[in-house]
Ligand binder design. Sequence first.
Ligand SMILES: [Zn+2]
Length: 478
Amino acid sequence: MEYEAVIGLETHVQLKTKSKMWCGCANAFGAPPNTNVCPVCLGLPGVLPVANDEALRLTALTGLLLNCTVAHSAKFDRKNYFYPDMPKNYQITQYDRPSTMNGSVGFEFAGRMAHVRITRAHLEEDVGKNFHFERNSGVDFNRAGVPLMEIVSEPDITDADMAYDYLNALKSILIYGGVSDCDMEKGMVRCDVNVSVRPKGQKELGAKIEIKNMNSFSGVRRALEYEIPRQIEVLTKGGRLSQETRRWDDVGCITETMRTKEQAHDYRYFPEPDLMPFVPSAQWLEEVRGRVVELPLAKKQRFMTAYQLPASDAETFVNDATLGQYFEKIAAQSKNPKSVANWVINNLRAKLTEAQTTLSDLKFKPADILELIDLVESGRISTRIAQEVFSETFATGEPPGQIVQKKGLAQVSDSAVVEKFCDDAIAANPRSAEDFRAGKAAALNFLKGQVMKLSKGKANPNLVGEILERKLKQSPNT
Ligand SMILES: [Zn+2]
């Protein structure tokens, strides 16, 4: 019998706000333990939460970016549970009336467009962090109360690679929208994976197994690559699977039981009595709508059609949005956007890395790249000289045309002059000339190189090729 996997993901994302969800404490990573805390986020008695408006806006914005409906009335609920990293002993979340729901994410997967439906994106708060030392444990509450958004997908994902690509697509949308920095190293994105298997063609879902607290996308992929065959093996051997929560052991590369259905939490949700339902005004929604940005995939497709770029170039500009912006500024004024892309990606980007600087600190003007392309396309300088000129423009900010003039770098296309260089090269390398006449085509390239050397790279390479070939085909004694 053939089996198929059914996967849904719950992705938790820390929102990019200055302060926490219910208090004015800083939402900042890396501060000394328990320095960004106050009576509200420590859950002391007698305090009242005040919702962070920016967090509400970022959640609504996410809804719009994920094609969700933004609720006209959303509500907060208490989810009760008892862990030392949860000072209030409950988490404020959204249970039955989330901020946004019913959307979808489209992304490229295995050479086609894939769509994963989004059940909901709701707002809640992060918990603190436990640390275990040799003889004792500690809790850092800096993270407690940081705005956290949970994005729940429908079980539309069918394998480990698709889960990985979905997560990356989601991440780039959230970064583009300015919703979250999604820095995995800082734990800004975490994932719960729901996975079951069923005989192919069967409608009902198999026993739902949840893998909790994944903190890397590649970990999610590895866990699914282990878990799906494990479940199939249990069933093919005649065993039964039942609903449970498992944990992924990234060192052992296995999943193991954390708790079964009998040990599942009873969260005893009830409406949060300290917060009114959130009813956004038309103006508020309009302002959020104004923050909707072009999504990465749409941008990639636009770059490919508007500028005739190959997919790889378009992807480079999608992944490095500021570089993409810079490219667009120049490409808009150019007849040859592909040349602009080549200069920006191959030369400028390399120089930026080499000099450890950024686009905002460039010494030259974007129009200088256009000038450089013009110098090459009009045959005034060779591509090799153009690299030299660009290095200097990059270092000093001097316009390319000026450098070419000052240093006498213009390409030599005067055939009498080029002919002289060719004669000299042939005379200095009689063996190579003989080799070429004997049929060794490679000898021509060597001689071309010699001519370029003699002309200090300034001879027009096409002219050099023509003249050399003509001269070598003549008999040596005529
Ligand atoms: Zn606080």
